[in-house]
Design a protein around this ligand. Structure first.
Ligand code: PPS
Length: 270
């Protein structure tokens, strides 16, 4: 089952009209895998951990190129100073070839069951989806690959096949939880941004779940206020291994059985 573009018009525009710059960086992910977290780390690496009062929201600093609702005004992209950083939820095969050849790409992954839970609350929480089903229904859809940018396993496989390329850095949500400073260091190294120990510590501290949740520019407070149901914030829980609170043992067993087959060729650490 192939992952297909979600916003087809924007997809065509990106492929036909958009010219990447050589130093453009892309942060890519299956949705709910740690994209915003990685955006915060990357943006702070470039600012050496400094956040100014006048700074715009995170999603304006690192816009989502694939989505015409999130980024309606494309002139913004041309006026961004280099190095520009973009977010994408595309699988590898849907990014323009001129970009994947040599631009720096960071792919962030997260274990399937936690991703499915987070994506359920995302879909249930954003009013535009008009989705009011119980979580068991959503997990069934996730397992069948009938979710945005799904199937999950095809998305991962597309990037897994490219993981040794010199221009790709793979991050894992679970490892970021274990050692955030080490992740910051890897990202800085990958982006050729030498940082002091103090700067790395500062970036790690400003990228924790609680720090990001406190700052409305990284907590996506505006989305919470304008677009989401009350009580289900974008920065929801930020935990690894929380899925047992939402899966029955029977559902987890069925999920694992399916995914062990689908993901048998992918040996990433979850
Ligand atoms: S999106 O909408 O696809 O861009 O979502 P994405 O940013 O990929 O994933 C959102 C989940 O990541 C959690 N998050 C974090 N976890 C730990 N630390 C930090 N700093 C952090 N920032 C965001 C966010 O809470 C979502 O996970 P859940 O499990 O729903 O809380």
């Amino acid at each position: 089952m192939l992952v297909t573009p979600v916003d087809t018009q924007r997809f065509e525009w990106v492929h036909q009209h958009w010219t990447p710059r050589a130093d453009d960086v892309f942060i890519a992910s299956f949705p709910k895998s740690g994209t915003t977290w990685t955006q915060q780390i990357v943006r702070l690496v470039y600012s050496r951990g400094l956040i100014h009062d006048s700074d715009p929201p995170l999603h304006a600093i690192i816009p989502w190129l694939d989505d015409s609702k999130d980024l309606p005004d494309l002139s913004v992209v041309d006026s961004m100073t280099s190095p520009r950083v973009f977010k994408s939820h595309n699988p590898y095969h849907l990014l323009p070839r001129k970009l994947t050849e040599s631009n720096r790409l960071i792919y962030v992954t997260r274990g399937a069951k936690d991703t499915a839970v987070s994506m359920y609350f995302h879909t249930f929480g954003f009013k535009m989806y008009e989705y009011d089903e119980p979580i068991e229904h959503f997990i069934g859809e996730f397992m069948a690959g009938r979710v945005e940018y799904g199937p999950y396993w095809t998305h991962l496989a597309s990037w897994y096949a490219q993981r040794e390329r010199h221009n790709i850095l793979v991050l894992h949500y679970e490892e970021m939880q274990i050692d955030l400073a080490a992740t910051v260091s890897r990202v800085a190294h990958f982006l050729d941004q030498p940082l002091t120990h103090k700067e790395i510590e500062r970036i790690a501290q400003r990228s924790t779940f609680s720090s990001m949740k406190k700052d409305p520019r990284s907590s996506m407070q505006l989305w919470d206020e304008e677009q989401r149901k009350p009580g289900i914030p974008f920065m929801r829980k930020g935990k690894a291994g929380d899925w047992p609170n939402h899966f029955t043992p029977e559902l987890a067993q069925a999920f694992d059985k399916e995914f062990n087959v689908k993901m048998s060729k992918i040996s990433w650490p979850w």
